[in-house]
Design a protein around this ligand. Structure first.
Ligand SMILES: [Fe+2]
Ligand SMILES: [Fe+2]
Length: 285
């Protein structure tokens, strides 16, 4: 009974999530088109003063050069790339990504953001290496949003018992959807899916959020991208767990081999490349 009440309350809070700003929604729609022009991203950023400030700050932090300053928004967007602009906009627009609220498990929201960023970077690298005709910026964005439901559930749990908070956070980190459903009557992929629907996100993002743990359940047309995010998620967890062989063996659904051939050695190289990029970018977020 308590589980049914929690399920209803969590789904209700997912439906009531504050909308993304018009500019952020527009940015997501823009990069979901495979033929978008970077100039459209520059124009969009230019018309948003907060985003302009953040993008310039980030570009200068990443460049870390006291000699050359990046002072124009054109150069900043070109330097960072659309995907990092999307990450800045989402972190700004979605309070759940910021982990500001206090609770016994609050620090873990920061870990969630780090995991999302790792997954985004790895998903983009997998998309590039797959040689599929996949929009790599979309793969990055889908990786960034794939576990959004966890942030919604974490916030819902803030006023619940520390014991329950700890148990759910443990489910998140050992990747147990079944256990989440057992405790809450729902799981983060379903919760994230409801948010994606209420935000009107592009279908490919919606499907990656919904099916990233069970990629073969996604509608056929979306399966290549969903599998890419599934592998990106796996690689992120692989890095977080210190690349243990045991971990490597059991948690990857090999269905991705139907869409792109990639050996474990190739995945290990992608993982190393993704770590380098993560270390470069994460320190300035
Ligand atoms: Fe997940
Ligand atoms: Fe994940």
């Amino acid at each position: 009974m308590a589980q049914e009440i929690m399920r209803r309350e969590i789904l209700e809070s997912a439906r009531k999530m504050p909308r993304l700003s018009g500019n952020t929604t527009h940015l997501l729609e823009l990069i979901s088109r495979s033929d978008y022009d970077i100039q459209e991203v520059i124009d969009l950023v230019r018309h948003d003063s907060t985003l302009t400030f953040r993008v310039l700050m980030m570009a200068n932090s990443v460049a870390m050069s006291g000699i050359i300053q990046i002072s124009s928004i054109d150069r900043a967007v070109l330097y960072l790339g659309s995907r990092i602009v999307v990450a800045i906009a989402l972190k700004e627009a979605a309070p759940h990504f910021q982990g500001k609220k206090q609770g016994c498990c609050t620090p873990r929201l920061e870990e969630l953001w780090a995991h999302d960023l790792r997954t985004a970077i790895a998903s983009r690298e997998v998309a590039r290496a797959s040689e599929l005709e996949i929009n790599t910026d979309m793969a990055f964005t889908a990786g960034l949003l794939h576990d959004f439901g966890k942030a919604v559930i974490s916030e819902y749990l803030l006023d619940k018992s520390p014991d329950l908070q700890e148990r759910i956070q443990d489910c998140f980190f050992v990747r147990s959807l079944e256990k989440e459903r057992e405790l809450l009557g729902t799981d983060h992929s379903r919760v994230g899916h409801i948010v994606a629907q209420s935000w009107g996100l592009p279908g490919s993002l919606e499907m990656c959020i919904r099916h990233h743990h069970e990629p073969l359940d996604a509608p056929k047309a979306y399966q290549p991208l969903v599998h890419i995010v599934h592998v990106g998620d796996f690689l992120a967890r692989f890095s977080e767990n210190g690349r243990e062989d045991e971990f490597l063996q059991y948690s990857l659904d090999n269905g991705f081999q139907n869409f792109f051939r990639m050996s474990l050695d190739e995945l290990a190289i992608i993982s190393l490349r993704s770590d380098e990029e993560f270390n470069r970018v994460s320190r300035v977020f």
